[in-house]
Design a protein around this ligand. Structure first.
Ligand code: B12
Ligand code: SF4
Ligand code: SF4
Length: 375
């Protein structure tokens, strides 16, 4: 520790100046959180996120793929703000309403790396990123004291609450570890009760296969029929377990304090101007031109159109029927299948379903149409 090229206080100041709201130092490995991760994978809770199982060994021991790594500079940005609501309905999780954080936050981490290098830290001794990195970011953040691990599995800062995007710089420096953050869920179980799909199967444990954040973003293809109604208004992601959390209300978030939202977090024009029908009917060119640079792109065009059909069905608005009936002719079987589900939800026994079944050649869509006619 005595050989640090820069004092811990200077590192912290540079990180805060670079635009991070919270900066803490801790170990670069997940410690006991790794055991939980292994049990979670073995229970198949990762669903089709195979990359987590494939990278398991790297995730458990960052020092094996980054030699010389010793400490983590755990970083967080407070993204709290108003909910993302499309005009006319459809919700977008707050982390995705602005510019894609995978881009701007990663750039911010790289800027920090450059600034630390300019201040004397060897560049090669630092490696970092956000989200799409083979580390358990919540584990590093909790161990460094950014926040405490909550029953919703969120890392919650006692000052900033749960709306935190996490990032990190793994470094060869031996930084003095910070204290764990105070706070805990205590006897509260609000998120477990409020989760519409019972995805929080036990305190601290989310079964991704049931989580709307997974089913609306990561899942490709058909959504499980029993989860569609529970999707409610969510077009992309879900914030319910955060919205109901008492720490969300109590925290001194940027929006609560009345501070300006930085440009990156300003709602994207899709959130401000698009309707669910726009999403359902967008062609490939429009998807490419409009969704590039947003985190929503992750769900793919097919997934977004699927989600829009489900939400239109859940809203039960007759005005959406003509568009949904047209979607029964769509080239994408996933869109046809979910349009059938939505039509049956709005207008059970609608004549378009019989007609569509007579000409349907895809077995899975035909099964969806039969199920829709049975409802
Ligand atoms: C895969 C993934 C998901 C999956 C699975 C999430 C899950 N809870 O299992 C899905 C798609 C469902 C998802 C959803 C969301 N995610 Co996500 N996700 C990830 C990702 C890419 C990997 C996480 C992972 O490996 N999960 C496997 C589980 C086992 O690990 P974990 O979620 O980190 O959970 C830890 C604890 O539960 C702990 N643990 C559990 N029980 C116990 C018991 C003991 C005794 C101990 C010690 C530890 C422990 O072990 C785990 C490791 O620390 C990370 C980025 C990253 N590289 O880490 C983002 C990340 C975790 N997600 C994030 C966010 C914002 C979300 C959503 C809020 C997005 C949304 N609004 O739609 C939801 C929240 C759902 C929820 N309640 O967790 C943030 C979390 C920020 C925070 N403050 O915690 C991250 C860090 C991305 C980022 N860079 O900001 N996510
Ligand atoms: S994000 Fe939504 S579906 Fe997932 S655990 Fe939280 S409340 Fe449940
Ligand atoms: S809602 Fe309650 S149990 Fe869930 S994370 Fe917040 S404090 Fe913990």
């Amino acid at each position: 520790m005595g050989n640090l090229p820069l004092s811990p206080d200077s590192i912290r100041s540079i990180a805060l100046e670079t635009g991070f709201d919270l900066v803490r130092f801790g170990p670069a490995d997940p410690g006991e959180h790794g055991d939980h991760f292994v049990r979670w994978l073995e229970a198949g809770r990762n669903g089709e996120m195979h990359y987590l199982a494939e990278n398991r060994d790297r995730i458990l021991a960052p020092a094996t793929w980054r030699s010389g790594v010793h400490s983590a500079i755990a970083l967080a940005v407070d993204y709290g703000g108003p909910a993302g609501e499309l005009p006319g309905g459809g919700r977008v999780a707050r982390y995705a309403v602005g510019r894609d954080y995978h881009r701007w936050l990663r750039e911010r981490v790289f800027t920090l790396r450059q600034r630390l290098e300019a201040a004397g830290v060897p560049y090669g001794s630092m490696n970092g990123g956000t989200d799409a990195v083979p580390v358990l970011e919540r584990a590093l953040a909790a161990r460094a004291g950014i926040g405490f691990l909550a029953k919703s599995a969120m890392v919650i800062s006692p000052t900033h609450g749960p709306y935190l995007q996490l990032a990190e710089l793994l470094t060869g420096m031996e930084l003095p570890p910070d204290q764990p953050a105070p706070g805990s869920c205590g006897t509260c179980t609000a998120c477990l009760t409020a989760c519409p799909t019972q995805a929080i199967v036990a305190p601290f444990e989310v079964d991704a296969r049931r989580c709307l954040s997974y089913t609306t973003i990561e899942l490709r293809g058909f959504a499980a029929p029993e989860l569609r109604e529970k999707q409610g208004e969510w077009l992309f992601g879900c914030d319910i377990c955060i919205e109901v959390c008492p720490f969300t209300r109590r925290s001194q978030r940027r929006d609560v304090l009345g501070l300006d939202r930085p440009n990156e977090l300003q709602p994207h024009r899709i959130v401000q101007t698009w309707t669910l029908v726009d999403v359902l009917t967008m062609d490939e060119a429009r998807y490419q031109s409009e969704f590039t640079g947003t985190a929503m792109r992750r769900a793919t065009r097919s997934g977004l159109r699927r989600n829009a059909a489900v939400v239109l069905g859940n809203r039960g608005d007759d005005a959406a029927l003509p568009t949904l009936v047209e979607a029964l002719l769509d080239e994408d079987p996933v869109v046809r299948g979910h349009a059938a589900w939505a039509i049956a939800r709005i207008a059970p026994g609608h004549a378009s379903l019989d007609l569509a079944l007579a000409r349907e050649y895809d077995a899975q869509v035909a099964a969806e149409l039969r199920a829709a006619l049975d409802r």
